[in-house]
Structures are given as structure tokens and as C-alpha cells.
Design a protein around this ligand. Structure first.
Ligand code: ADQ
Length: 460
């Protein structure tokens, strides 16, 4: 049987309870067929990746490496999060490019490739995740690795006009040709990659949709694999969480008011200032909602050392303060803005309490919060999802109220429509979305990717 080897920036060790769907999906895949998971430990050390730390649990081996502080700054905070992240999220004005950071990014990838090449067996199937590790496949091939290697991008993939702004776009993106399979969340991102590959990399695509890049050593396939959640588990967790102390406390504190909920990492791609403003607009235009609604925004700090994230935090505090200053009353705070992270199961209980899930990223690869919100609802009395058309999830969740997150008034109108929607309409929309999530859950996602990469031989 083939062995699965997963490589991602962060990994979830067996003793950690990471909330993310990705961590759970990888753990499930690795447990089913046995294998190895390699990633950064989250720690710094004198030198990057000088050794691997090993941990074994059942048939899965976890291997982690440390990064030096300068590499963390240039590779992770630098090229990955100050160059690629804003570029992939359609924010060219935030792109900060330095050749030294790019060189460091390639060097850290090469260090990872050195370790991995020594560990791999020819029959292994390697699954590389996300924008931190784009060149890893090509660096493994340079080290003689012939195993099947797939790459999945968790962010959007923007149009070529944006990509070509990156001075090193060609040398970076042509490394994708070293993979056997390149996966994206939606057909739109596949189309963007296809156009870029045809026009900028001189790729050819045959009748079966197989890509090859001139001078490339082999051909590769490109397809969409929309990531999802463990729909049944989330639904179960939400039902149980309804009786938890945290959910009950929140419910009591609402005193019968409708709850609108937003849950995001504190990131400029998530459209939080626009979301707050839309809520402020609703309150300004529709005083009948005063005292009858509460927006709870949970947004724990992420990448807090990157200046754009610090600025965003300040901006959100200002807008939240202005909304509460203008509308609050001694016994009603319209906007509760919480910077603490919550456990995944508690969040499902909060989602179930909410009348509206307000998920309005400016750009998002997929957005699993939207899917978790839907799966957490009470089928008899479901809440309404208000979803940005620029989240990958909008492709599958067309029964949500889709909004343009740049249109503050439009979002306020949709929020009002969601708050006043009749039960029959809520149920019909929820059923349609839930059907999608039951068909296309996290297991279907990883199986479809791994079957496309390795064929059905990977016993999944
Ligand atoms: P993220 O940008 O982190 O992920 P998202 O998909 O919404 O965004 O969330 C991933 C996980 O983190 C979810 O399971 C969610 O519940 C959890 N999470 C988010 N905010 C949280 C909070 N405030 N507290 C606790 N948990 C929280 C990236 C891409 C997305 C893509 C995923 C998976 O940016 O577009 O959907 O990877 O591919």
C-alpha cells in the first residue's frame, strides 16, 4: 500500500486540538492509510531546520522543524505573508516585495526538500499544501524524487494581470509544473491558472486537459476540489453545544434579541471594517432594529507582528467604538467585538443561536466558517447566511444571500432581509445548502484529491 506524506506550514500534533478543518482532514487521511506529516513546529531556533523532531501516534509519524528568527521574518512574515498573501487576495497595493525575502523563501523550501528527499520512498504519495510551499515539488524533483506529488492552494488564485506584477512570477509559478496534480478550490481559480499558464508560461493543454510547460519535464493536471467540513460532526457538535454553559450564557445575555454572528481570523481579507459599517448603516437607516439585534464579531488576532494587521486592529476598534457610541443604550450594546479565540465546538453552539451568519470577506479561498454556520443550524428554525460573492464558498452556497462586500448599503439591505426572512424561506435556503454540504464534505474532498493524484490505490 502507498504511504501518504503531507507537508504543510503548520501541522496539528496528535496531542493538540486544532480547530481547523484542514488539520482534521489530514489527520483522518493519515490515520486511514498511515503516513507522515511534516511541517514547521511554530518554534524558533538558532538555525532553520537543522534537525527534525519526531513524534509517533498510531500509524502516523509527525515531523517538525524550527525556523531561525531571520528566516521566520523573511520567509514566513515576508515573502509568504507580505507578498503572496496580499497578491493572492487581490490587494496589489499591500504587496511588499523584496528579492532577499524571495531568496529566503526558496532557501527554506530547499531545506525542507533536503529533509524530505532523504525520507521519501518511490511509492509514497506526497501532498503539499498552500502558498508557503509552492516551489517544494520542483526542489524535490531536483533531488531525484520520483514519487507522485500533488499541490493544493488554499487561497484564491487571481487573474494573470495581478500575478504578473510579481517580479519573480515566472520562476515561481513554473515550479508548479513539477507536481502531478495542482488543485484549487473553485473553477474560477482553475480558469485563472489556465489563462496564466497559457499566456505567461507557454503551457500547452491537450484534449484531456493535461498541462505541459515547454521544457517541463512532465505533464500535470489541474482541477478544482472545493474543501469542506465534516458536516455530520459539525451538526452533532452544534446540537450538543446548545446545552453548554457558554452557549446558555450567550443566549441569556441576548435577552431575546436576534444574534448576527461573524467569526474570522483578524485579517484584512475578511472585510471586517466593511462588515461593521454595513451593520452601522442598518442601525442608522432602520431604527426599528434598535435594541432588537446584536452583532457578535469574534476575531482573534493573527499575524499580529505584520504592520497591516496592527493597523486593521486599530481601525476596527475605532469603528466598533463609533457604532456603540452612537447607538448603545444603558442596557443594549449593539456590537460585541471579541478578540479571543474560541474552541471549535463552542463556536458551533454560537452559530446555532444566531439568526444570521454574516460572512463577508473581500476575497477568500473558500471560507469554512460559512459552511460551519450552515451545518450548525437547527433544521426546524435555521438562521440565514449572508455571504460575500467573493468567497470561494459562494460557488456552492448560492442559496445564501450573496452580497458584494464593497457595497455597504447593499450589505445593510441584505442584513435586514435576513433578519426579517420568513421561516419557510429560511428552511428552503438552508436545505439547499445543507444538501450540498452533506454531499461534498471533508472526506469527499480529500478522497477526490487523493484519488486524482494517486488513483484508487491509496486505500481511502
Ligand atoms: P482561513 O483564512 O483561516 O483559512 P476559514 O476557512 O474561514 O479561513 O477558517 C478555517 C478554520 O479556522 C475554520 O475551521 C474556522 O472555524 C476556524 N476559525 C476561523 N476563525 C476563527 C475564530 N475566530 N476562532 C476560532 N476558529 C476560527 C484558509 C483560507 C480559506 C480556506 C481555508 C481552508 O484563507 O479561504 O477556506 O484555508 O482551505
Amino acid at each position: 500500500m502507498k504511504r501518504l506524506v503531507v507537508v504543510s506550514n503548520r501541522i496539528a500534533l496528535p496531542n493538540e486540538t486544532k480547530p481547523g478543518g484542514l488539520a482534521l482532514a489530514m489527520q483522518a487521511a493519515l490515520r486511514e492509510c498511515g503516513g507522515l506529516w511534516l511541517g514547521w513546529s511554530g518554534q524558533t531556533a538558532e538555525r532553520s531546520a537543522s534537525e527534525l523532531k519526531r513524534m509517533q501516534a498510531d500509524s502516523v509519524e509527525y515531523l517538525t522543524f524550527d525556523l531561525s528568527k531571520p528566516d521566520l521574518e523573511d520567509y514566513y512574515a515576508g515573502f509568504a505573508n507580505r507578498t503572496l498573501w496580499p497578491l493572492f487576495h487581490f490587494r496589489p497595493s499591500l504587496v511588499d516585495f523584496a528579492r532577499a525575502c524571495y531568496a529566503c523563501y526558496v532557501r527554506v523550501n530547499a531545506l525542507i526538500a533536503d529533509h524530505l528527499a532523504a525520507l521519501l520512498q518511490p511509492d509514497d504519495v506526497v501532498w503539499v499544501h498552500d502558498y508557503h510551499l509552492i516551489p517544494l515539488g520542483a526542489l524535490l524533483r531536483e533531488r531525484g524524487v520520483r514519487a507522485r506529488i500533488g499541490f493544493f492552494l488554499h487561497t484564491p488564485f487571481p487573474p494573470q494581470e495581478l500575478l504578473t506584477m510579481l517580479p519573480v512570477h515566472r520562476e515561481l509559478f513554473e515550479t508548479l509544473a513539477a507536481y502531478d496534480l495542482v488543485g484549487f478550490h473553485t473553477p474560477d481559480y482553475v480558469r485563472a491558472f489556465r489563462d496564466y499558464a497559457l499566456n505567461e508560461l507557454g503551457a500547452e493543454i491537450n484534449e484531456q486537459g493535461v498541462f505541459s510547460v515547454r521544457g517541463g519535464r512532465h505533464s500535470f493536471r489541474v482541477a478544482d476540489f472545493p474543501i469542506s467540513i465534516d458536516t455530520a460532526a459539525v451538526a452533532r457538535a452544534a446540537e450538543q453545544a446548545a446545552n453548554q454553559a457558554a452557549t446558555r450564557r450567550l443566549q441569556r445575555s441576548l435577552e431575546g434579541r436576534a444574534l448576527v454572528i461573524g467569526v474570522d481570523r483578524l485579517d484584512y481579507s475578511k472585510g471586517l471594517p466593511e462588515r461593521f459599517k454595513a451593520y452601522g448603516q442598518l442601525l442608522a437607516e432602520h431604527p426599528e432594529h434598535h435594541r432588537r439585534v446584536t452583532l457578535l464579531q469574534i476575531a482573534p488576532t493573527s499575524r499580529g507582528d505584520v504592520p497591516e494587521y496592527q493597523q486593521l486592529r486599530g481601525e476596527l476598534e475605532r469603528i466598533a467604538g463609533a457604532i456603540n457610541g452612537r447607538f448603545a443604550e444603558p442596557d443594549w450594546v449593539p456590537l460585541r467585538y471579541v478578540n479571543k479565540p474560541y474552541h471549535h465546538n463552542s463556536l458551533t453552539g454560537f452559530y446555532r443561536l444566531a439568526r444570521v451568519g454574516f460572512v463577508t470577506p473581500l476575497r477568500d479561498g473558500m471560507n469554512l466558517v460559512a459552511k460551519e454556520f450552515v451545518a450548525s443550524q437547527d433544521p426546524d428554525d435555521p438562521g440565514v447566511l449572508v455571504l460575500s460573492r467573493f468567497a470561494g464558498a459562494a460557488h456552492e452556497l448560492g442559496a445564501a444571500l450573496l452580497v458584494n462586500p464593497h457595497d455597504i448599503e447593499g450589505m445593510a439591505n441584505s442584513l435586514r432581509a435576513a433578519l426579517t426572512m420568513a421561516l419557510a424561506d429560511r428552511r428552503a435556503r438552508w436545505r439547499e445548502m445543507m444538501d450540498v454540504l452533506q454531499r461534498q464534505d471533508i472526506t469527499a474532498w480529500r478522497r477526490s484529491f487523493l484519488n486524482a493524484l494517486a488513483g484508487p490505490g491509496l486505500a481511502l
